[in-house]
Write a protein that binds this ligand. Sequence first.
Ligand code: GLU
Length: 469
Amino acid sequence: MSDRPVVTRIAPSPTGMMHIGTARTALFNWLYARHTGGKFLLRIEDTDRERSTAEAVQVIFDGMAWLGLDADAEPVFQAQRADRHVAAAQAMLERGAAYRDYMTPDELAHERELARAEGRVIRSPWRDRGPGNYDETQPYVVRLKSPLEGVTVIDDQVKGEVTFHNKDLDDLILLRSDGTPTYNLAVVVDDHEMGVTHVIRGDDHLANAARQTLIYQALGWDVPVWAHLPLIYGPDGTKLSKRHGAQAVSEFDDMGYLPEAMRNYLAKLGWGHGDDEIFGDAQAIDWFDIRDVVAAPSRLDWDKLNHLNNHYIRQADPERLTDLVMKVHASRDWPLHDGDRARLARTIPLVRDGAKTTLELADMTVFVLKRRPLALPDKAKGLLTDETRARLSRLRDQLTASANWDVTSLEALIRGFAEAEGVGIGKFGPALRACLSGGSPAPDLASALVATGRDESLGRIDDALSHAA
Ligand code: GLU
């Protein structure tokens, strides 16, 4: 098996949201496929026809696209493959590895009671009756003829060896009485026919690995390499849920996280490369090995995620950030005007160092989008004493005369002005900032002036100064 090219897959069920745990599983499958030069596939497990709406499937496509996890083939839809699943069950019947179970509901209930009393799993008498006794007119289910003795060992890349006693595994149903395939059968047939060599998934499927191993063996197929990932918990160590702030991929997008920050962050949830905190895809692909995933559950850590997101915001192409921030303002129904995009593009590089999310970045850029005359907060009105007004008016004249309008020149101008006036910048800075921002968050004075632009800055100062004292 080891000399076959690696094929991994993510096999989400469309539930209407893409859980962050699914995103991490997808990332690990993608990284492992890229690391080994193999293939990464996507299968939509859409056999629950009620939940698997087109919208729910689209949520998965959108989540994968946003995360930048590209599959190497068109997605496979499990529900379309029912005939393949049934054919596999037939093959097992023919090999004597499965049997028809004609137990009636009453007989099954009785057997279940007996089994419970005797502390064993249920066994159907049809297991040993043989095809000669089958009655075509009666309903039946098809069950796997599981071994009664011995053990099934899952040699898991993350968990190590996990042993299941076969006597504890019942003869699982492969086809229901209506002829539809069951989940474990579908997964095995799909993984085999998709050529999947490594099944990397959440450890809530560990027990299924034992059952699926028995199906592989019954079909005479190679068993894939297993790797079961521990769950992601909330910061408080309990199962990740709504009250931890977010659990769906789309929520992280809505909260202003960048996909590359999410990839870096998720890669570090359960895996890592020494003490390296910040690494891009190329490094992660180079370093990633499924055997290095740790077995202990990991906890979502907002501080770490914010730290990474800030790093990637500082690195990001300003044009791209501008698009993202435009979207945030639009989603908040901020009335956007012609020229606002250019204003944002000018402002973002000046303020982004302090932003943990693109939502914060949007907050930090509101001041440039405001329209004259800006409403001044009460606090700002208090700052505009007669003395300060006179000083701002003198500063205004110097700003008007300034040949240059860049951060370095304006910093020097403001410093020189304070010196010439014989006061600290604290004597007029807060008032100037209020004139420029109308009380919204704004960066240092020189950056705020550059972001606002010369004419607009001078206009805003004039507006404030002409405001009745
Ligand atoms: N459809 C399963 C889930 O969403 C995954 C099954 C698998 O990876 O084998 O949990």
